[in-house]
Design a protein around this ligand. Structure first.
Ligand SMILES: Nc1nc2c(c(=O)[nH]1)N[C@H]1C(S)=C(S)[C@@H](COP(=O)(O)OP(=O)(O)OC[C@H]3O[C@@H](n4cnc5c(=O)[nH]c(N)nc54)[C@H](O)[C@@H]3O)O[C@H]1N2
Ligand SMILES: Nc1nc2c(c(=O)[nH]1)N[C@H]1C(S)=C(S)[C@@H](COP(=O)(O)OP(=O)(O)OC[C@H]3O[C@@H](n4cnc5c(=O)[nH]c(N)nc54)[C@H](O)[C@@H]3O)O[C@H]1N2
Ligand SMILES: [Mo]
Length: 731
């Protein structure tokens, strides 16, 4: 058994241990697709989109004469349902983009753009020399850091983790910017995260989309919401922004940012007062319900909830009544709403609302946030152990959500601190995506040697000494799970790797081989396994057995198969908490310094010198820094903008289309203002979008403010991306 707990990398979650509860004995009932077409010399292979996205689509790729002809969604996966998103359909452009990193290259002076092509052998030798030098000087490999996150979630991209473990103990970025506060909440309440199969939302009669924007971030779920509506469900969106999801819903509730806990508690109070709660369910399945009901009785009023949230009392009452009366009613808890200093507490209040109203464990119900139960994979390429007697004793974890500041601290020259001398970046673009961009640049400057493995010359590559060219998913093998739906996909290479690109595991093996040539026995990572062999090792036997399959080759017939048993999460009433019940009162939560009950926690106070809230949610045409670097994007989206309510704009003398400066105590950006009634009057919205060949980066304005929760399940607190405050002035 390797030394990894999956928390080290998989969106940082530790709550993954229990891979139980997967339906067994379910016979395989796939449509057998004919894979090799008779027409001409084209063939079809199954691919999978590896991006960090709810939807994780299964793809059918048509290949002719060794090139990708076209791609489409795989119908065998009823979630993908034969369709891709606007970004996904551009994959052929992505693969054949002239902008790709084609060869290993070294840069003469970081940020100069003076790149010279080198051979793989030279690249591996440079890296190996640096590792040996560090080991000699420090007696351990702790000065080597790995910063890896979500550029790809192909489980076969976790390779460099294994190589680094095979040389000794190193420093790792731990945690996740996505969703940790909510994971902790659900860990305290349910024992871990398990959402009902999103496809089961068609059975809902009432759906609250609470702080999520699937119209942009999970487009395939919109299809399910639409079906639910056709079946008679009402869809209500709760968000400070009138999003495209809200525009497609039956009702939009504008809530004051970071007050969701008050709305959930207010609704629960109404339900309790009107005897609409499910006492039987609570008695049978939960602990601490009496304390929770007392808290509602003694502390919560509808007037208070209305004042906090800005939602009229009558509206809260009606929402509560409708939600409690519709059986079943489902809540989709988004990641956006928990990126706050009280986000974890808010999710606990929403969980409690679902539980007290009898909507947990029922088909079409749930407090659906995320899941990792379907990740029935072996992480074979990363599960390696350090050699006996490795110096350092254990890997050193530093917070991914405050990585630059922590690197600077270690590199401050304090003789008691082991510095970071070498950094390996893969599947990450920290200069673009991390908060406090100015600090990121300084942190990179303080590190001797930076290697980045990527497909593109992104902002982080620009700050590296060496770039290693990565092959796309169409050029390698993969096994892919989602954190939302329950399909497990296999990805077969569609074409040979272009140029001199390699996938992360091939790089891991190549480095191991080089190190052993130079110093025999210095790295125990395998050196000569094929990617197909790794793929064969990756899928768990339990999963194959449950589908009546014997090997990964069976999965290649359909490209995908569903993990069964999750139509209604927690239907068995067996929770993974210490008590085995749903915990309204959680001692574990208290042991992490929070209240044991799902109480209201005040929002972060608005600073008087920067009174305007900055929201930086995710953007429809990009996935973080990805896709937006491609030329096709320029025709639809080529200039950064800030959305501002006309009332606020008028106060500031800002006309629609004016250039403005958005600034605070840590930085500023200059961009064009767009008037819109869809944003709150006390906030401005800048999507965390990226622009080709432009220096614009909204994260110059974003401070590394921790969210309230995350350290229990992911090792580190989340990031309060949406508790940022700025000023705005006309330029
Ligand atoms: N202001 C603000 N900032 C945010 C957020 C926000 O809401 N607001 N959201 C945060 C969230 S939720 C997230 S998840 C992070 C995402 O931050 P990152 O994980 O850094 O995200 P990406 O830009 O998707 O991917 C990083 C890089 O991975 C590369 N890559 C793709 N495939 C591979 C591969 O197979 N191998 C290797 N080695 N590299 C590959 C891509 O080309 C890309 O350059 O951003 C966070 N940043
Ligand atoms: N197209 C596209 N799809 C993506 C991504 C992408 O970058 N682009 N990123 C992927 C990743 S890594 C992630 S983590 C997910 C993110 O998926 P989401 O969490 O859905 O993403 P966000 O857009 O950051 O936030 C969703 C909504 O939360 C709202 N929100 C913010 N604060 C509050 C609050 O206090 N209360 C309430 N009720 N709502 C609030 C925002 O206004 C926003 O509309 O999407 C994934 N899918
Ligand atoms: Mo994310």
């Amino acid at each position: 058994m390797g030394k990894f707990s999956r928390r080290d990398f998989l969106k940082g979650s530790a709550a993954l241990g229990a891979l139980v509860g997967v339906g067994t004995g379910v016979g395989s009932s796939f449509k057998k697709t004919k894979k090799v077409s008779a027409a001409g010399n084209t063939k079809q292979v199954f691919s999978a989109c590896p991006r960090n996205c709810y939807d994780t689509c299964s793809i059918v790729t048509t290949v002719g004469d060794g090139t990708i002809k076209f791609i489409t969604g795989n119908k065998n996966c009823t979630y993908t349902n034969g369709r891709l998103c606007v970004k996904g359909y551009t994959y052929p452009n992505y693969v054949y983009s002239p902008d790709r990193v084609k060869y290993p290259m070294k840069q003469e002076g970081r940020g100069t753009g003076k790149w010279t092509r080198i051979t793989w052998d030279e690249a591996f030798e440079m890296i190996a020399n640096k590792i040996f030098e560090i080991k000699k000087e420090y007696g351990s490999t702790l000065p080597i850091a790995l910063n890896k996150y979500s550029g790809t979630f192909n489980t076969l991209s976790y390779g460099i983790e294994g190589t680094l473990s095979s040389i000794g103990y190193t420093t790792r970025a731990q945690g996740t910017p996505c969703w940790p506060a909510g994971i902790d909440s659900q860990t305290f309440d349910f024992g871990t995260i398990v959402n009902s199969d999103p496809e089961a939302m068609i059975h809902s009669k009432y759906i609250l989309v609470w702080g999520a924007n699937p119209a942009w971030n999970s487009v395939h779920s919109m299809n399910i919401l639409q079906k639910a509506k056709e079946n008679g469900a009402k869809v209500v969106v709760i968000d400070p922004i009138l999003t495209d999801t809200a525009a497609n819903a039956d009702e939009y509730i504008e809530i004051k940012t970071s007050t969701d806990g008050a709305l959930a508690l207010g609704m629960a109070k109404y339900i309790l007062d009107h005897n609409l709660h499910d006492m039987d369910w609570m008695r049978k399945n939960s602990v601490g319900y009496q304390e929770y009901l007392n808290y509602l009785n003694n502390n919560i009023t509808l007037e208070w909830a209305s004042e906090k949230t800005g939602i009229p009392v009558e509206v809260i009452e009606r929402l509560a009544r409708e939600y409690a009366a519709a059986k079943p009613a489902c809540i989709w808890i988004g990641y956006g709403m928990q990126r706050h200093t009280n986000g974890g507490a808010a999710v606990r209040s929403i969980d409690a609302l679902a539980a007290m109203s009898g909507n947990v464990g029922v088909l079409g119900g749930g407090a659906n946030y995320a899941q990792l139960d379907s990740w029935l994979v072996n992480y074979s390429a990363m599960a390696m152990s350090p050699p006996e007697g490795s110096g350092g004793g254990a890997d050193r974890m530093i917070n991914i959500n405050n990585f630059p500041a922590q690197v600077l601290d270690l590199n401050s020259g304090d003789p008691n601190k082991i510095p970071i001398k070498m950094l390996w970046v893969a599947g990450r673009n920290p200069i673009a995506q991390d908060p406090e961009t100015s600090v990121s640049y300084k942190a990179f400057d303080s590190i001797d040697f930076v290697v980045t493995a990527d497909l593109w010359f992104n902002e982080t590559v620009a700050q590296s000494d060496l770039v290693l060219p990565i092959s796309s998913i169409f050029e390698t093998w993969g096994v892919h799970a989602s954190y939302w739906h329950y399909w497990l996909h296999i990805n077969e290479p569609a074409i040979d790797p272009l140029y001199e690109t390699k996938c992360d595991v091939e790089i891991a093996m190549g480095l191991s081989k080089k190190m052993n040539e130079m110093e025999p026995g210095s790295c125990t990572y395998p050196t000569d396994r094929t990617m197909e062999e790794w793929a064969a090792m990756e899928i768990s036997q339990d999963f194959l057995n449950s589908k009546g399959m014997t090997s990964y080759k069976d999965l290649l017939k359909t490209g995908t198969a569903k993990v069964e048993g999750y139509d209604a999460a927690w239907a068995d009433g067996v929770f993974r908490t210490p008590s085995g019940k749903y915990e309204f009162l959680s001692e574990k939560c208290a042991s992490f310094g929070h209240h044991a009950l799902p109480v209201y926690v005040e929002a972060k106070e608005v600073p008087t010198d920067r009174p305007i809230r900055l929201l930086t949610p995710h953007w429809k045409y990009g996935l973080h820094s990805q896709f937006q670097n491609l030329s096709w994007m320029q025709s639809v989206h080529n200039e950064p903008f800030v959305e501002i309510h006309p009332e606020l704009a008028q106060k500031k003398g800002i006309a629609d289309g004016d250039m403005v400066k958005v600034h605070n105590h840590i930085g500023f950006v200059e961009l064009r203002a767009k008037h819109t009634l869809t944003v709150p009057k006390d906030a401005v919205v800048i999507y965390e979008a990226w622009y080709k060949d432009q220096k614009f980066n909204v994260n110059y304005l974003v401070e590394a403010t921790p969210a309230d929760m995350g350290s229990c399940a992911t090792g580190q607190a989340g990031l309060a991306f949406h508790d940022q405050f700025v000023n705005i002035d006309k330029l």
